[in-house]
Design a protein around this ligand. Structure first.
Ligand code: IMP
Ligand code: MG
Length: 181
């Protein structure tokens, strides 16, 4: 597949495989929270696509909210700094919260978010990540409770994931190779 300019895309996860896995994740969550209510917190913007598919596979009472943090600038390198850009609309006190992320990479973003959210006294706090790159982890104590796919240490785009805000619209998750700079 061809990307923009000299950028090259190679399919890593096909849309059909993603849809199947997201269905399984939704069913697992429905089982784990049977008879309870869950509150999904999507981390903008990358998780928006995953969350919109996942929530439709959940069969228990569910509500949602969004948060936005900045960790990456416009490139593919982490700055190591996390800043809260958009907070939740409502309180999570006493709720069964699942933070929904596109990808767990260094763990810095989720490490920060978990710290912030835990202070607000949810009844429970879990993580659902579509992708997990375990090799890249800096914050080793951050683990996802629900993982779609473990992937190798490569930069991926599509299904919500971006490179400089582009490629979020791809149905497959693809490895992006950049031209030598
Ligand atoms: P972490 O704080 O390093 O775990 O990074 C989490 C965030 O970095 C994700 O929510 C993504 O927005 C971004 N990110 C990490 N790896 C990739 C990737 O391979 N492609 C696109 N974005 C990524
Ligand atoms: Mg991003």
């Amino acid at each position: 597949m061809h990307g923009h300019g000299q950028e090259h895309l190679k399919v890593l996860l096909r849309s059909s495989a993603i849809q199947k896995r997201v269905r399984e994740m939704g069913h697992q969550i429905s089982k784990d929270y049977k008879g309870q209510r869950v509150h999904l917190i999507g981390v903008l913007k990358g998780a928006a696509i995953f969350l919109s598919d996942l929530i439709r596979q959940i069969r228990v009472d569910v509500s949602l909210d969004f948060m936005s943090v900045s960790s990456y600038g416009h490139g593919s390198q982490t700055s190591g700094q996390v800043r809260l850009m958009k907070d939740l609309d409502t309180s999570i006190e006493g709720l069964n919260v699942i933070v929904v992320e596109d990808i767990l990479d260094t763990g810095l973003t989720l490490g920060y978010l978990l710290r912030v959210l835990q202070q607000r006294k949810p009844n429970s706090l879990k993580i659902a990540a579509l992708l997990d790159k375990p090799e890249r982890r800096i914050k080793k104590d951050v683990k996802a409770d629900y993982v779609g796919f473990q992937i190798p240490n490569e930069f991926v785009v599509g299904y919500g994931l971006d490179y400089a805000e582009r490629y979020r619209n791809l149905k497959d998750v693809c490895v992006l190779s950049l031209p030598p700079s």
